[in-house]
Ligand binder design. Structure first.
Ligand SMILES: C[S@@+](CC[C@H](N)C(=O)[O-])C[C@H]1O[C@@H](n2cnc3c(N)ncnc32)[C@H](O)[C@@H]1O
Length: 324
């Protein structure tokens, strides 16, 4: 088993110190939605596997109905802690904590539900996507189909151009930020609506490489100096109500190396690419934003003003022809 130092370096983002688990337990948005999703998909008598069990909390939620839960954890400190905590909880005895690397481990028999919360905004740092792909491949080889129900079942990711204030008491520091979903965010201006850039359905094969290029229409004047990344995890599908149980990660705001001044009506092209599970800096270093058609204000009759776009030749001649 790796030491703490090895774990930090060789398992990028996988080593989460014990005190951070307290923050995860305190995160009501995360906890309530996982509890509801697990309660929805786990049925009496079910067999459940959790990859990356941490304190054992999600396994314990599953054990409320399941007959047996295998809870796999790599960090020896968390293995000891979860065994201690599970012993304090009703149903905890139905959970077997397995000290193993979840990239290698398979349960001794097929399971009905597999839970994996190795989730970071934009699927960066933690190995959620790679872990689920590895699990599906090995599980199907060992047991054949069908796959168990996966919690989460899918993830939707979106991006939004921002003007972000990076002045900290007179110290200018354009730095990656995590923002709460609700409440006041002074210093943050949304310059366009968010655009979806990736949908991962975990029941289907997924690539680790994520690359996107898309256009935004700017809705107010300003300077685009950051991109906000929005991640919505679909934890479970509630067929009977045609709804889903979701968990939205906090927003992550990443500064752009080359900020760009924009006016309302401008078209902004944004590009980036990264590998799921990679460093936050791998996303930051590829981010690019450019105004491709700058809006222009043209005086009409010395009074009224209209916005006109500098359109590529093909479109401007089409428009001219159409208006004739
Ligand atoms: C974000 S935490 C979630 C913990 C817990 N499931 C919860 O919801 O509170 C992810 C956990 O996965 C564990 N982990 C990361 N990589 C792992 C691996 N390869 N094998 C087993 N556990 C791993 C980490 O040590 C950490 O406890």
């Amino acid at each position: 088993m790796p030491t703490e130092r090895d774990a930090e370096t060789s398992y990028l983002g996988q080593f989460i110190p014990l005190q951070y688990h307290h923050s995860m337990l305190m995160d009501a948005n995360r906890m309530q939605n996982f509890k509801a999703a697990i309660d929805h998909v786990v049925f009496p008598g079910a067999k459940v596997l959790e990859l990356g069990g941490g304190t054992g909390v999600l396994s314990c939620f599953a054990a409320a109905k399941a007959d047996k839960v295998w809870c796999v954890e790599l960090n020896p400190e968390l293995v000891a802690e979860s065994r201690k905590l599970l012993a304090l909880n009703q149903n905890g005895k139905k959970v077997e904590v397995v000290h193993a690397d979840a990239f290698d481990y398979l349960p001794p028999e097929p399971v009905d539900v597999m839970i994996c919360e190795m989730i970071h905004v934009a699927m960066l740092r933690e190995k959620q996507v790679e872990m689920i792909e590895s699990f599906k491949r090995r599980y199907l080889q060992r047991f054949g189909g069908p796959l168990p129900i996966l919690v989460p079942t899918a993830v939707l990711m979106a991006v939004q151009p921002l003007q972000q204030d990076y002045d900290f008491h007179g110290y200018y520091a354009p730095i990656i930020q995590v923002q709460e979903l609700s409440g006041n965010r002074p210093g943050t201006f949304e310059l366009a609506s968010p655009a979806l850039y990736s949908t991962l359905d975990f029941m289907q094969p997924n690539q680790l490489e994520i690359a996107w290029e898309g256009m935004f229409t700017i809705n107010q004047n300003g300077k685009v100096n950051a991109l906000r990344f929005i991640t919505k995890n679909i934890l479970a599908i509630v067929m009977e109500q045609s709804s889903t149980i979701d968990w939205m990660n906090r927003y992550m705001t990443v500064p752009l190396a080359m900020p760009v001044c924009v006016q309302s009506g401008d078209a902004l092209r944004v590009r980036f690419h990264y590998r799921a599970g990679g460093l936050l800096s791998s996303l930051r270093d590829t981010m690019d934003a450019q105004v491709v058609h700058r809006a222009e204000i043209i005086p009409i009759n010395n009074k009224a003003y209209v916005h006109r776009q500098h359109l590529p030749q093909r479109y401007s001649s089409e428009m001219t022809n159409a208006s004739l």
